[in-house]
Design a protein around this ligand. Sequence first.
Ligand code: FAD
Length: 560
Amino acid sequence: MAKRVLIVGGVAGGASCAARLRRQAEDAEIVVFDRGPYVSFANCGLPYYVGNVIQDEKKLLVASAELFKTRFNIEVRTENDVMAIDRERREIEVKRLQTGEVYREKYDALVLSPGAAPIRPHLPGVDLPGIIALRTIPDSRDIRSWIEQREVERAVIIGGGYIGLEMAENLTARGISVTVVQRPDQLLRPLDPEMAVLVQEHLIKHGVSLHLSDVPISFEQSSSGSLVVKTKSGACLPADLVILSIGVRPEIKLAKEAGLTIGERGGIRVDDQMRTSDPNIWAVGDAIETRDFVTGEWVLVPLAGPANRQGRVAADSLCGQEALFRGVQGTAVCGLFGLTVATTGANEKTLRRLGITGYQKVYLHPSQHAAYYPGASPIHMKLLFSMDDGRILGAQALGQEGVEKRIDVIAMAIQSGASVFDLEEAELCYAPQFGTAKDPVNLAGMIASNVLREDVSLAEWEALPSTEALLVDVRQPEEFAAGHIEGAINLPLPELRNRLEELPRDREIWLNCGVGQRSYYASRILMQNGFAAKNLSGGFTTYRYFRARFGDTATAASSS
Ligand code: FAD
């Protein structure tokens, strides 16, 4: 075991590594350096501190330097900036920020967990007061005091990812009118676009204005002192506060200058024990790139869970123990105005980008618990799986309740290399207020397994505008009248068996209903009677998202 371990960065990855290391090596000397005033603080809680959900700043401090000393015998040096690594001498150069003094420290092993820095676009006016990125406690304090001193009424958030949207919720909660400007044509890029439609509709319902497919081109200060965000589309958005949340860039300066290998995605390259190209240096967290568990490509995934796990792996590796980091799968969750959005694994955009074709997708909209128990509400799910062997590739879900529980189960299934047949068979807890006897996870597995067993064929939503198939809607007439796919005929499920002769045997038949269940029953009837029938997975509910996303390429006869 190395005698003297120095750790750069004392928050998620660094603190986790330090604490684990102490548990594994009582005799090691461990020193943690952080250029900020705190270690081990809850950066994930910062949007809620801005929104006043968390009112006491001290609650954000998970552990202090004193606690590290007394509980773990770890020395923490805050406001100490590590400036350089001398790999030959195994030394780091550190600047004590309060005094400006520069000193050197020797190491036997060095762990880098310097995180990532918010991206500030090089645009005119970006450094004007009131344009703030959120990364640290002092940043959140700045935003809070800016809101209070300037009586902020309008905010523009640049970037519609998790942090930007959490800020949208929290600023709205403070009575501030929020506009989100987002370069892609959808919010939350881990979602596929048709799933993101729900988030967009939900935010608009809660008063958030969206400028999708738009980017800021400059920031200006008006004569009254407030800000104006000018965008490429020609919009001039007045703002008293601008939040920059367009993403983060790995902090690789130290590593790069020390000659450590930097990977193709711009993060520090490590092996599956978190060891860099120098055998005496490990790196973890937002600063590194790692393998995507599903696709195998190198990725940057700035999330707290992986950073913490990598910290532990690095500590074990340092102690000579066998510990392997399995890769990341981007499992994430976000709460937005009562809507929970969660994802794990690959999305369809990624599969397409990588040229992976042998996959299938199913949509479903089951309730989070028994429909008869008060408060039932739908979970909108999309599951992607391999057509070869049923391996689960990814899942996305949105809804009011029970969303993260389902995605967590699927995340674990992905990590275990499980297939949709395993989801079908999974034994999950059930009582009416928590779930259904066939849990949404089971249902997703059942639908996908039915496809693989060729009990049912799925029609592709994207092919709807060009299909020659006969579209048959098997809902009741009143449901059909309230909104249906253009060109569809109505043949209610209860009448189907007696009206088979009305259907063509020389043409494909695409069936739909509200969520895909009745049309599945209809598919089985038709298939067993020799018809070429396919089911439109997710039914009219999924169709509505496709229509909202792709507009005139998928139009409904009337709105639902
Ligand atoms: P950090 O936790 O950022 O720690 C890096 C530390 O290194 C910093 O304190 C920095 O001061 C220090 N440092 C850097 N360079 C030096 C140097 N040269 N010398 C000394 N010190 C240095 N993730 C989730 O999974 N879920 C969430 O809900 C979530 N919400 C978030 C909300 C916000 C507002 C933010 C900012 C992040 C959120 N994250 C969330 C991401 C998560 O916080 C990060 O992925 C995680 O903290 C990364 O850990 P890390 O150790 O790599 O870096």
